[in-house]
Design a protein around this ligand. Sequence first.
Ligand code: HEM
Length: 410
Amino acid sequence: MTVSNPEQQPAATCPFSGNTESLTRRHDRLLPTDDLTPKGTLIQAQSYADSRDLLKGDFAQAGFLARIASNTKGSVHPPVLYMQGEEHTEMRRATAKYFTPTAVNSYGPMIAELADDLIGQLVNKGEMNLDDLSLHLAVQVASNVVGLTSSRLPGMEKRIEAFVGGKLDGEPGVTQKVSPVRDAAMGGAVGLFFMLDVKPAIEARRKERQDDLISYLLDRDYSDQDILTECITYATAGMITTREFITLAAYQMLLKPELRADYVHGTEKERHAILHELLRLDPVVTMLYRRTDQDTDIGGQTFPAGTTFALNIQTANADPAIMGDDAEQVCPHRTLPRGVQPQGLAFGDGPHRCPGAFLAIKESDMFLRRLLLWNDLEIVNHPSVGYNEIVKGYELRGLRLRLGTRKEDR
Ligand code: HEM
């Protein structure tokens, strides 16, 4: 993990024309051109159009350690993230019911209770790290959808956090440093997650099915191993990402009082528009990867079968040709061309587009509104901004907030 201070970032370079309000821009990832350009063994896409075309096409997933993860010993079914073609389409169709607006709205009371409880903890303690609260919320909400609700011990969030703690790099082609200690730690984390969280959930649902993903996978005769890898996928794709976004959005709004006021007093639609805009400017997953299995024309060039593409989602989302000349500024309700989502490609696009997009925004909003409406909420410590190279995502750590009476005044 690298750590940088957002206030000390170098001046933006081409293709950026001015200062950016993004807090997480990776300047080391910028190329001096918008065209598809070789970068090491990869071809990097920078523009919105090229990235969207690559996401919408029938290309193989090449990120998130795809080669290692899709070859797990004992697995018959690859996790949804690595599936392709008809098998993938069918899986997405069958599991879409857990993520429809109606399903998500039905989780509303559960999310509200969790959010109130977390804010109650902050009031009681006086000070807490927001990234701890957001991890707890994101893990609890996604667990309910997945069916990880029968754990033998509390603390699932720490077990999940351990999956992305190793010093691996999700960029395809990068030689991973051999580390028996890391491998043992990772194996231990997976083993604990299986024994304490996944196995009890499977046993409970073998006795009685529920309306959740694990019950559905059991109906499809998934083995324990396959259910475990799918749960790990949801843990990293759904829980870790949402945690980071909640912390980022809270921090951006705490730094921008007018935006925070608009947010807190806005309708749900207006609030969601603000969250989408913040996610556009600071997409949690900064790079996505795809590999082509046949010769492919893209961006006016032809690439041979076997080419792997790195898609820079940060630059795609700040592409002035799509987002306008003020692409680097926070400007909710901007006018966008037809078919462009307000969050750009932050939830991906095409067949692998994030199924949890609506859930993520809904839960973030329910928590953030409850938190940010407190006038006496203060920043005690600004977060460090680092990057997790497994998921190519940013990590905001140590955003310490105070709410209510100062500790020393108690
Ligand atoms: C702010 C929060 C979130 C962000 C930024 C995010 C981002 C993404 C992105 C960019 C992808 C596409 C990956 C690719 O195309 O290579 C994706 C896929 C996925 N996301 Fe999310 N996600 C979030 C929340 C969630 C939630 C809450 C869930 C579920 C509980 C979820 C479950 C998934 C799954 C299962 C996939 C794989 C889909 C497939 O490959 O077909 N995500 N997410």
